[in-house]
Ligand binder design. Sequence first.
Ligand SMILES: Cc1cc2nc3c(=O)[nH]c(=O)nc-3n(C[C@H](O)[C@H](O)[C@H](O)COP(=O)(O)OP(=O)(O)OC[C@H]3O[C@@H](n4cnc5c(N)ncnc54)[C@H](O)[C@@H]3O)c2cc1C
Length: 328
Amino acid sequence: MANDVWVYIEHKDGNASPMSFELLGIGKELADNLGSSVCAFVVGENVENIAKEAFSYGASKVYAVEDGVFKGFRAEAYAKAASFLLDKYKPEITLFRATSQGTDVSAASAASLGFGLCTDSIGIKVDGGQIKLTRAAFGGNYTVTVVNEKAKPQITTVRPKAFSMPEKDASKQGEIIKESFSIAESDLNTKVLEFIKSEVALNLVEADIIVSGGRGVGGDDGFKMMKELADVLGAAVGASRAAVDSGWISYEHQVGQTGKTVKPKIYIACGISGAIQHLAGMRTSDCIVAINKDPDAPIFKNASYGIVGDYKQVVPKIIEKFKTKLNK
Ligand SMILES: Cc1cc2nc3c(=O)[nH]c(=O)nc-3n(C[C@H](O)[C@H](O)[C@H](O)COP(=O)(O)OP(=O)(O)OC[C@H]3O[C@@H](n4cnc5c(N)ncnc54)[C@H](O)[C@@H]3O)c2cc1C
């Protein structure tokens, strides 16, 4: 149906990215308000299991394009297949996660189809029959509401963890609609030769706990201590841009306006002042713990708990306490 809500499902090595199902919860809420259904769509080589999993998270139908050419993710090929489906069914709104894959496919599809696109939404609702999207602007200092009046249907990317994961119910079933669409290998400009696993052991965006270091941790030794605390807590390591620019840690760890947006349950900021560009990437964390030797550091204004002190004295004590508590 034309006013359905669609959700794009990402996957790798034959398994759905679990966080893709996050959008089916808000998708269902939107669809209920529009008097329509929430559907998932997936492009890949063999997607039957992924489709079944989408039903258990609330999709009523799954539209699928399956072909060997879609074995591994390639932006160009996936965007062409996604555009084919979106052009054929014209859902009212299509939700992608604001990940690198979601951003690639959504932008290319919107551009080729002339659909409206709002990126990085953190709120979506139906109000007076209109879909209203909320997103951060000006480095997170303002929140704006976007109404797409002309370029319809529309697409939005949604910031990971902006909405809670819907309950899983494995007994739920639905209809898989397979569409035949393929592209000759010779029509594609790119070939994936190899995937090199990222050195970031724990996915920063999906981590429940993040231990982040800034310029104040002073160098490689400081980051060794961040890693030690992260290992004890089962956390991922994040960093401010100052730490990344200093060459103490790679860009993949950067949190903030020009890095990753995260929303962990606990964000521990060590030696980070709390510049707006850093806050833009972590201020919505459930609990922020700031460790800084300057009692006037702006980070304390956003912190749930603040520890004024030198991280070299504070962090080893926290590590010891947690080692004892967690029997490590
Ligand atoms: C367009 C643009 C985009 C940007 N994007 C980002 C981004 O994505 N992410 C980002 O982080 N920044 C970003 N920045 C940079 C940002 O403005 C700040 O410069 C940066 O966040 C500062 O990093 P910091 O807090 O680690 O360093 P500083 O601001 O130098 O703060 C260091 C802190 O460590 C404390 N400290 C020092 N020694 C100790 C100690 N021994 N124990 C405890 N505390 C100590 C100090 O009191 C201080 O508060 C961006 C800037 C621009 C202009």
